[in-house]
Structure formats: C-alpha cells, structure tokens
Design a protein. Structure first.
Length: 254
C-alpha cells in the first residue's frame, strides 16, 4: 500500500512540475541570443555595480532589465538591445561632480568625448561612463549631431533624453558598443522610498527595487508577462509577437 501511495505521489509531483514548466513561458532562448552581447551586458552590469558601490550611489536596475530579472528568474531578456537603471536625484549630482573631477578618468561629460577619444582610442573591452551635459546628441566619434545616432548619444527629450543623465558604455573586442542607460525619472523615484535590495542578475550582484512587482505592473501594465518578441528556433531570430500589447499599440512594432 505504501509503495502504491509513493508511486502515486511521485506521478502527481511530475505532473505538477510539468504544468509549472508549461505555464512559465521562457523568453530568453539560447538559439536566438547573441552571446557576445550577453558577455558585454554582464561586464557593464558588474562594472556599474562596483562603481555605484564605491561611490555610494543609490540605484536599481529598471525597465526591461528589471523585467528580465523578475520574469526570467535573474536573466536578461534575449532580444533586449540595451540595459536600464534608475538612479535617485542625489546620484545625479554625484555623477555631475565626478564628471567635473579631472582625477576621475572613468566619468566624462559628453561635450568632452571627442577630446577624450583624441587623447587615446577607445580600447577593446574598455568601459566609459558618459554624463549628460547639454541637450544635444553626440555620436560614438564624439561629434555633436542633430539626431539620435548610434549607442553613444545623449540628450534631447526624445528617447527619454530629458531624464537620461548618463550612459555606461562598453566597447567590445569587435568595437561594438553596448550600454546601460542611467535614468532619473520623476514618475518612478518614489520607488526608492521603500529602498532597494541586493539581487542576482546573470550571476552578478546588483540592486533591484524592493517593490519590483508593483513597479513592473506600473511600468508595463497587467500584460507584463506577454513578451514583445519570441524566438524562432529554426532561424535563430526573434520575431514580433502579435499577441503583445506593444505590438497592438505601437504601429512601428509591426
């Protein structure tokens, strides 16, 4: 009798586990993931976490990066093109002061990027922190431009530039640029009131809002669990998910 009961319980456990796996759809598929980008993302997150800790900067990963941590059990979303973090108002002041400090070589104003690059080329796997100075864009060569160009641009309210105060950029070994945006959005600063907590993102210690679930629902709505893109495992490419609210509400997503 005990043996029959044991087998029955084992069977039921297997069924429940299978249902959980089926219910929790995975959004990061290795077939479609750019592993070079993943490595660059991890390098930037680790660099920023250490930098923020050294300078006592209050932050939380945010937007799609926090959504990935929350929805995918501590991983990036495979199709995400960049990373995001929220910093408080005190952190904005600290970045400005660090950028003004001639002894701090890791942080530079965008207006000085051209001069910085003229001094020394951007080395492979080198990371720089750019801080917003004026409301104009600069490209990855350090030249001011009128429109959003490449992954080094800062400024102008379009693309969130009005509340985008910094960008942590890595130049990988192929000279591709990947970045972590540093926002201070007044709409979400209240989430710092309940503090942040240590969280593990891709095996790296970083910071997340204590009220992550509330932030995610506020930021992405009740359909936050529906992915914008899905992986075609045969082609190794992501395709736009027609069931996503992003697809339905944004004509450019089509």
């Amino acid at each position: 009798m005990n043996r029959v009961l044991f087998i029955l319980l084992l069977f039921l456990s297997s069924v429940v586990l299978g249902m959980i796996v089926m219910f929790k759809e995975t959004f990061k598929d290795i077939e479609c993931t750019n592993l070079n980008k993943e490595y660059a993302f991890k390098s930037v997150i680790q660099y920023w976490a250490q930098f923020a800790n050294d300078h006592n900067i209050t932050y939380s990963v945010s937007d799609g990066t926090l959504l990935g941590w929350y929805r995918e059990n501590g991983e990036f979303i495979g199709h995400d093109g960049d990373m995001d973090a929220m910093i408080d108002e005190d952190a904005v002041k600290k970045l400005f002061n660090l950028a003004k400090n001639p002894d701090e070589k890791r942080v530079i104003f965008t207006k000085d990027l051209k001069k910085e690059l003229n001094k020394a080329e951007w080395k492979p796997n080198e990371i720089k922190i750019l801080v917003k100075f004026n409301d104009y864009y600069v490209n990855c060569n350090g030249d001011p431009v009128d429109t959003y160009t490449g992954t080094c641009s800062l400024g102008i309210p379009k693309f969130g530039g009005g509340e985008l105060y910094g960008r942590v950029i890595i130049n990988d070994y192929k000279n591709n640029k990947y970045h972590l945006d540093l926002f201070s959005k007044k709409k979400y600063l209240n989430y710092f009131d309940n503090s942040t907590k240590q969280c593990m993102l891709e095996g790296i210690k970083t910071r997340c809002f204590v009220d992550t679930e509330e932030y995610i629902k506020n930021r992405y709505g009740d359909d936050w669990n529906i992915p914008w893109k899905k992986c075609d495992k045969k082609t190794g490419k992501f395709y736009k998910n027609i069931n996503s609210p992003h697809y339905r509400n944004d004509p450019e997503a089509r």
